[in-house]
Design a binder for this molecule. Sequence first.
Ligand code: NAP
Length: 284
Amino acid sequence: METKLIDGKKISAEIKEEVKEEVQKLKSKGIAPCLAVIQVGEDPASSVYVRNKKKACEYTGIRFLHEKLPEETDQETLLSRLLEMNEDPSVHGILVQLPLPKHLDEQAVTRAISPAKDVDGFHPVNAGSLFLGEEGFVSCTPAGVLQLLKRSGIEIEGKECVVLGRSNIVGKPMAALLLSENGTVTVAHSRTRNLRDVTRRADILVVAVGKPRFVDDTFIKEGAVVIDVGIHRNEDNKLCGDVDFEKVFSKCSAITPVPGGVGPMTVAMLLQNCVQAARGEMNL
Ligand code: NAP
């Protein structure tokens, strides 16, 4: 059986072109989509992520408002800036780059963003809407995984779907999305017993376990679709995922590589959420 490589670079590029077109249409109606990104402090990894978002916004014509606040910014200052942005009609999407410095309360900050501008989909209103099957912004990484599956022609309905990991930003929303697509969904985590017995049931296995090359061929059913959300640097400073790609490849029917799989989809979905926010049709 030939294994299909799911090309996140190509699929994310298609989505970016769609967003670019949509931005042009909005601009012709007098709406200039704008994403505001607040970054507190100088965390080097965060600076790389913010730069990538900026580049993608500029490519698609979305205005990028980068607000850099000093490391020592207090909670009150950050919250009042967020409230100003909530009120500003020229700002459509707001994102606070995480992690925040330790003295700031991430949960309170996430809740301070208006759900209608919460393009990361982290606000409890949006997280809850997803589980209720209602309209709302969906966390970008799981939304990107769903697009990879759909645009690769992989059917979800009726399939055994196993999500390995239950974080609020990946595992849980991923499970809700697969359920909304009529998959039969199991969520596995660190307390799951006989983990391999669970993952080997999967027709579609989404791995977000946060451990380099944790999943090898012993976790996989022959012919499964394997989506690797993990990103790590290995001993040689090369990128690798949560899945041991070499060991798993020949056993599955389709797989995402790292890099070039899920990674590029996250920013693409953020752009899509920004356009949706700018359209202002979301009932939030
Ligand atoms: P996380 O918050 O660390 O969650 C990891 C999950 O894996 C937890 O639910 C944990 O279970 C479970 N787990 C840990 N060890 C396990 C074990 N030995 N057996 C079974 N389950 C285990 O991670 P995350 O934020 O979801 O991210 C997951 C991975 O995706 C990371 O590598 C991260 O870098 C990557 N990521 C990539 C993108 C992207 O754009 N591609 C975006 C976000 C994250 P418990 O809940 O029981 O502790």
